[in-house]
Design a protein around this ligand. Structure first.
Ligand SMILES: [Mg+2]
Length: 285
C-alpha cells in the first residue's frame, strides 16, 4: 500500500500557535501530524484524491499539497520564477498603462492572454503598441513609486535558497527593465524578459529582439541548465499564468502560485493561501 505525505502551509503559519488547525487537517484526512519549522506534514496511509485535499484546505485556510513522488529535494539546484503576479504582486504592463491613462484597454488584453484565450505574443505586441510615445521616465516611476510590491514570502524564499547554494532566476513575458531591477534587489543569478524599444526618451511601441513567450520561458530554463550543468529535474519552477505552462512542465517541481485555472490544473503543487516561501517546505531534505 503506497503512502502519501501532504505538506500543510499557510501565510504566516506557526506550527506551535496553529497546532489546532494542523491537527484538524490531520484528523480530516486521517493522517499523522509531523510539525516542521514553518509548516506541517501529514503522513497518510494511502493517497487521497486532490479534491479531498483541496476541500479540507479551503475549510481550514491551509494549502494541502502532496509531496510529489519521485522528486528528489536534495538535488534541487535552481529556482526559476515568473515575475508578474508571481514574484511581484502586479502586472507590470498594467502599471505602466495606468500611468499612461490606458489601464482598462491594456488590462483587458492581459487578462485574456493569461487565461490562454489570446496568443501571448500577439497580445503583448498589441499592448506595447498602445504605449507608443510614452516617456521612458514612466518606467522609472513604476519602479520607484512601489507599484510592483514583492509578493508575500518572496524575500524569505530567496534568502532560504542561498544557504543551500540553490541559484535563483526570474523570467518574464514582461520587460527586462524590471527583471533587471528585481534581480538586483533580490540578488537573483539571472533574468530574462522582453526589451521595450526606445527612441529619444520615448517608447517606440515596439519590442526589440525576440518575444519572450511561453516557449522562450521554457527555453530559458534549458539555457540555464546548460550554463550551470544542471538537469531540468533539479529545477523548481513557479508561475501563475498560461504562458508559464511549458516552463513548469520541464521542471522537476512545478508550483502554481495563486494561479489561473489552466496552470493550476497542471501543477502538482498549488499555493493559494501561503507565502512564496512555502516552496521551501517542499525542498527541505
Ligand atoms: Mg505571471
Amino acid at each position: 500500500m503506497s503512502r502519501q505525505v501532504v505538506v500543510a502551509t499557510a501565510l504566516g503559519l506557526d506550527p506551535a500557535r496553529d497546532r489546532g488547525r494542523l491537527e484538524a487537517a490531520a484528523e480530516a484526512l486521517g493522517g499523522r501530524l509531523e510539525e516542521r519549522a514553518g509548516h506541517g506534514r501529514l503522513h497518510l496511509d494511502r493517497p487521497l484524491p486532490r479534491e479531498r485535499l483541496e476541500a479540507a484546505g479551503r475549510e481550514l485556510g491551509l494549502d494541502l499539497n502532496p509531496l510529489p513522488e519521485g522528486f528528489d529535494p536534495r538535488r534541487v539546484a535552481l529556482l526559476l520564477s515568473d515575475m508578474d503576479s508571481t514574484l511581484v504582486a502586479a502586472e507590470t504592463i498594467d502599471e505602466i498603462a495606468d500611468l499612461a491613462g490606458l489601464k482598462p484597454q491594456v488590462a483587458a488584453i492581459t487578462e485574456a492572454a493569461m487565461r490562454g484565450e489570446l496568443d501571448f505574443a500577439e497580445a503583448l505586441r498589441r499592448r506595447v503598441a498602445l504605449l507608443r510615445g510614452l516617456e521612458a521616465e514612466a518606467l522609472e516611476r513604476v519602479w520607484a513609486e512601489g507599484r510592483l510590491p514583492l509578493s508575500p514570502g518572496a524575500e524569505a524564499l530567496i534568502a532560504g535558497l542561498r544557504p543551500r547554494g540553490i541559484r535563483s532566476a526570474v523570467v518574464s513575458g514582461g520587460f527586462d527593465y524590471f527583471t533587471a531591477r528585481l534581480a538586483r534587489l533580490l540578488g537573483l543569478d539571472a533574468h530574462r524578459a522582453n526589451r521595450l524599444g526606445m527612441r529619444e526618451g520615448r517608447l517606440t511601441g515596439e519590442l526589440e529582439g525576440p518575444v519572450v513567450d511561453a516557449r522562450a520561458k521554457a527555453a530559458f530554463l534549458e539555457e540555464l541548465c546548460d550554463r550551470w550543468g544542471l538537469r531540468p529535474e533539479q529545477v523548481v519552477a513557479v508561475g501563475d499564468g498560461a504562458n508559464d505552462l511549458p516552463m513548469l512542465r520541464r521542471a522537476g517541481l512545478a508550483v502554481a502560485w495563486r494561479a489561473k485555472p489552466v496552470l493550476r490544473e497542471a501543477a502538482p503543487v498549488r499555493l493559494d493561501r501561503s507565502g512564496l516561501d512555502a516552496i521551501l517546505a517542499f525542498i527541505e531534505p
